[in-house]
Design a binder for this molecule. Sequence first.
Ligand code: ADP
Length: 491
Amino acid sequence: MPANEPAVSRVLFITPELTPLAKTGGLGDVAGGLPPALKALGLDVRLVMPLYGDIQREAHGLRPAGLEVRVVVAGQMKPCQVWQGQVGGCPVYLLGNDEYFSRPGLYGRMHGDFPDNLQRFVFLCRGAVELARALDWPAQVVHAHDWQTALLPAYLATAPFDLGPLATAASVLTIHNLAFQGIYPRYDFHLTGLPSHMDDIEGAEYWGNISLLKAGLMTAGAITTVSPTYAAEIQTPELGMGMDGILRRRSADLHGIINGVDYAQWSPGADALLPATYSVNDLGGKTACRRALLEAFALDDSQPGRLLMGFIGRLTHQKGVSLIAEAGEALLEGGASLALLGTGDAEMEVALGHLAARHPGRVGLKLTFSEKLAHLLQAGSDLMLMPSRFEPCGLNQMYALRYGTPPLVHATGGLKDTVSPFDPASGQGTGFVFSEFSREALLEQAHRAAQVFAQPVLWQRLVANGMTQDFSWTASATRYLELYQAVAKRR
Ligand code: ADP
């Protein structure tokens, strides 16, 4: 082996989401962005994910892989179709089974999870082992993502069945959001395929139930989460969501590595989804995007100088949507307009719907998932609102920085790690940051933003500071590679 070639060269990603094939949030973007960056460092990264019914096979150039795979779930042999494609130059294998995946939706429809999610993701995790066997491909490290894939590290550690070429693989489990833990009734333990000793407080047992995430946290070679601040926060009772004790126990193996941005997808200078492109040296196109945004959201532009605030995200408790609803009237009184894009909890949709209905022309609301509108919002807004209660990493604020749309954020998790408060005196900083999670604290920062916005030279400085930040994947991919080396050595 040449001296400069990494000792770990084969890594299997197992993921429930992958941009552009299937995505509900940031996890999909990470699964699409990190492997190509690792490949650029010399690794052979292959991905495995479900063949969801929604995936446009032809549009994404997928084809049958010609592999024979069968997967045992709860003692029954299930057929498995294997399809194959590429994302960012890395091979992707998609495991299909009509019973589990030929339906619309990733985890559920509208407002409820699928009742058979446990079996669906057991199928994925056991299927990954069968895939490695069919490919005869001995990955040295398996990198799992969130509860949906957390059983695979547990299988690797406990070997309840023949692991074939993965028998000596080490594992890394990344927590993208600790709020999702894969919790099921304890009487369903037998479905997991784990050995009986894992039906215990030292295994998958979790407050009288079982948690797939916990099974992975107890057994993975290393645990990562997506920002240094969130790595510290999840070890506290406040943000540990019941897992803080376990995470404190494993703190020597818990690492916070900030997510990167896939600038091939998110750059205002080369964004095919925008009506006009622009750069830090020529912001003309941003004005055209702003006009298109106002039109798309039916917002009134008769009064110049309004601060146009955007929001993109899941409409959930986590994202601080209630704060936007509570502060909405005051934001409008302060002269702002709002363009809001998201889907989520019914009560949040209703709260924002009321605000929009009361203020036509000042509040535009689209309750839909649209990649195109998300890009338009990043480019056309003046300011990006991200008042999340907690935020493991957050990608929107990093996209907003690159699009010249300073973010206004709550100082939590990755938001704290990626946005620095703007100081008009020194001209340093990239956005507006509030510490206490309250309507007043948000409004105070919105007020500061409006003051800076009213001073074009100062605002230009702030915009340029953000646009020149570099959150590309290379630095984070290097950290992951170091971690892969460390876990593989220990295994
Ligand atoms: P999370 O992963 O918690 O949902 P992130 O900020 O990390 O939050 O990532 C959110 C990603 O999902 C971004 O790429 C964002 O643009 C996208 N997104 C969220 N909601 C929507 C929506 N309604 N339409 C389009 N994209 C959305």
